[in-house]
Design a protein around this ligand. Structure first.
Ligand code: DGL
Length: 267
């Protein structure tokens, strides 16, 4: 296996760039092909059958790019279609944000409960709670869908009174359960960290599924002897399904840096 092959990372749109950002920081020698399905985003309010179908298409596309590992950066796809990816990937390792987030959540003090927030499809799937209970059967998990957060983040309202009020409203029932950690179960939520920290208070640890996924990716590459050892700068490719203008503008906020040309794929 050629260790210099890129990692394939995918999401419903721009949000998975929070995972790419964490990967660039944690694994600076790894090349990345990022796929964002910008023509069909958002996934978080779509049905399981539709998401499975889209996920299969994206997986096939990235496998054709000869990637050495696949990362499901979208919590919604990870919640309802991770199996679709694993079935197609064969021997190519697959990691996903839910596995990473669930593992990080149970690593914290469990006397307190664990809050999980995400899109309606992610929360309705119960995927986080299921995985957390597999890892820690006694865990108390409190889940809450936060459908307005994705558009608020894309609007750039990261520190806006409307976003603060929305967060207070969504988090009220979860915070009433005396949680010790809150899993940010959606690609967009890491951008709301300062505001969520303020609303949740100092006693609640935020589990960021972007950084936990980068940690899991690093451990998996090491364990499988797949980590790149190239000394030169890695190549990053960004592929989307709609005209790239909005992706480019909003994406820089998610990625924390500017990026070069964006490719558009026509299915
Ligand atoms: N990427 C999605 C997630 O992490 C959020 C955006 C969407 O609904 O497609 O759940």
């Amino acid at each position: 296996m050629d260790r210099s092959r890129p990692i394939g990372v995918f999401d419903s749109g721009v949000g998975g760039l929070t995972v790419v950002r964490a990967l660039m920081e944690r694994l600076p020698l790894e090349g990345i092909v990022y796929f964002g399905d910008t023509a069909r985003v958002p996934y978080g309010i779509k049905s399981v059958a539709t998401i499975e179908h889209f996920t299969a298409q994206i997986t096939e596309f990235l496998l054709r790019q000869d990637v050495k590992m696949l990362i499901v950066a979208c919590n919604t796809m990870a919640a309802v279609a991770a199996q679709v990816v694993r079935e197609r990937a064969g021997t190519i390792p697959v990691i996903d944000v839910i596995e990473a987030g669930a593992r990080a959540a149970v690593g914290t003090a469990l006397a307190a409960g664990i809050g999980v927030i995400g899109t309606p499809t992610t929360i309705n799937s119960n995927a986080y709670a299921r995985r957390i209970h597999e890892l820690e059967p006694g865990a108390r998990v409190y889940s809450q869908a936060c459908p307005l957060f994705v558009p608020l983040v894309e609007e750039g309202w990261l520190d806006h009174p409307v976003t603060r009020m929305t967060a207070q409203e969504y988090l009220r029932p979860v915070l009433a359960e005396e949680i010790g950690s809150l899993v940010l179960g959606c690609t967009h939520y890491p951008l709301l960290k300062p505001l969520l920290k303020e609303v949740a208070g100092p006693a609640v640890r935020l589990v960021d599924s972007a950084t936990t996924t980068a940690e899991l990716a690093a451990a998996t590459l090491q364990a499988l002897d797949l980590a790149s050892v190239r000394p030169q700068r890695p190549e990053y490719r960004f592929v989307v399904t709609d005209v790239p203008l909005r992706f480019q503008t909003i994406g820089e906020r998610f990625l924390g840096r500017s990026f070069g040309p964006v490719e558009r794929v026509d299915w």
